[in-house]
Design a protein around this ligand. Structure first.
Ligand code: NAI
Length: 388
């Protein structure tokens, strides 16, 4: 794994600039910054805009090293011999992404002697044990908003591909077959259907905005907080206070809430019983919000006609994960992909720039944006993660 480990410190490559040497200024210290990204292989060598990879390193290596910081980048994140476990011990900042999550568990955080900041390059910091981080006074920040449009577009695509039975239609063409009735028997229009979102924040609301021109029947949402009346009106949305009540009215349910203790396993066998028979479920939020086996069973029985999304309870998903191959009784209904909806090249440019801005604030001791702040001063700060 060491061959994949890209580590160069200024100490070994460039002299420390004198202007950064004032010891009392926090930004003047050279600090150890550890980043866990996936290896992008040939694609990342050919495409420098694949910034969230071990090869392209968010494009911040030169900037960090010019300030005297040591930047360790690796994809190795699992187990006691991983680079994550080895380097977290004395790193001050750890950068992770939700796409190849370095799981910052309580046990791992307990080994971290200098850690002050866990920074998610993207949106969704559930791979960090937020309670443990707050107890240890480690701040957790993410680049809020950086990929919400990317995900909202993906959700709309997933809804359409399920409702219109797109995937089996394309597979039929690749096989060399042509039997329109086998596809059309399970293909519908989105027009006139009821769509509900669990979570109507940045992504959930953008999904409803994008669905409005499809002349859907109604939009429902289930969230801690009401949207402003004007915002509800704009997307024809109605809040439903009870989740079972909401899902029982929906042809399509989409999950757009963070993963925390209040949402883990929220869509389980019991809730699925309340879904309309033949409904579609789209989850690009986090895999663990939906119960793996209950979803696979509901699709297999036809209680759900389709399930699509890009997030998995463990990432990378094991080869035998049931969501890779599960199908409805007609042999379709699966729109799963690897986790990429929020990591389009456009999104990568935004979360790389946002990560740099957060680091810059940190080095200079400047206040961070409240909307980027998940854990601060020993407390969960973000309302989306349950702060009061
Ligand atoms: P946001 O914070 O703007 O909105 C989340 C909404 O969920 C808030 O309105 C909050 O009140 C609501 N919520 C929280 N707990 C809830 C519960 N128990 N029941 C109902 N609603 C609840 O967050 P944003 O930007 O919309 O992102 C949502 C999630 O989407 C992220 O936390 C992340 O897990 C996921 N995501 C996935 C990406 C991907 O690439 N697949 C990329 C970006 C985000």
């Amino acid at each position: 794994m060491l061959s994949r480990l890209a580590t160069r410190s200024l100490a070994s490559s460039r002299p420390l600039a004198r202007s950064f040497a004032t010891p009392q200024q926090s930004w003047s210290r050279g600090m150890k910054i550890l980043a866990i990204f996936y290896s992008g292989g040939e694609a990342a060598k050919q495409e420098p805009r694949l910034l969230g990879t071990t090869e392209n390193q968010l494009g911040i290596r030169d900037w960090l090293e010019s300030q005297g910081h040591e930047y360790i980048v690796s994809e190795s994140k699992e187990g006691p011999n991983s680079d994550l476990a080895k380097h977290i011990v004395d790193a001050e900042v750890v950068i992770t992404t939700p796409f190849h999550p370095g799981y910052l568990t309580r046990d791992l955080l307990n080994t971290a002697k200098n850690l002050k900041l866990c920074l998610t390059a993207g949106v969704g910091s559930d791979h960090v044990d937020l309670i443990a981080a707050s107890e240890k006074n480690i701040d957790v920040l993410e680049v809020t908003g950086s990929n919400v449009t990317s995900v909202a577009e993906h959700v709309v695509m997933n809804i359409l591909l399920l409702v219109r039975n797109f995937v089996p239609a394309h597979e039929m063409i690749e096989r060399g077959d042509w039997q329109v009735s086998d596809i059309a028997r399970a293909a519908f229009d989105l027009e006139g259907k009821t769509v509900g979102t669990i979570g109507a924040g940045r992504i959930g609301y953008r999904v409803l905005e994008r669905l409005t021109p499809f002349d859907t029947k109604e939009h429902l949402y289930y969230d801690f907080a009401s949207l402003p009346a004007e915002a509800e009106k704009k997307v024809r949305a109605r809040r439903v206070a009870d989740l079972k009540d909401m899902v029982s009215q929906c042809d399509v349910v989409t999950v757009n809430a963070p993963l925390h203790e209040g949402t883990r396993g929220l869509v389980n066998a019991d809730l699925l019983k309340h879904f309309k028979k033949g409904a579609y479920l789209v989850n690009t939020a986090r895999g663990a919000i939906c119960d793996r086996d209950a979803v696979a069973a509901a699709l297999k029985s036809g209680h759900l006609s389709g399930y699509a999304g890009d997030v998995w309870n463990v990432q990378p998903a094991p080869k035998d994960h049931p969501w890779r191959t599960m199908k409805n009784p007609l042999g379709g209904g699966n729109g799963m992909t690897p986790h990429y909806s929020g990591t389009t090249l456009d999104a990568q440019a935004r979360y790389a720039a946002g990560t740099k801005a957060i680091l810059e604030n940190y080095f200079k001791g400047k206040a961070q944006k409240p909307e980027d702040t998940i854990v601060k001063d020993g407390k969960i700060f973000s309302k989306a993660y349950g702060a009061k």
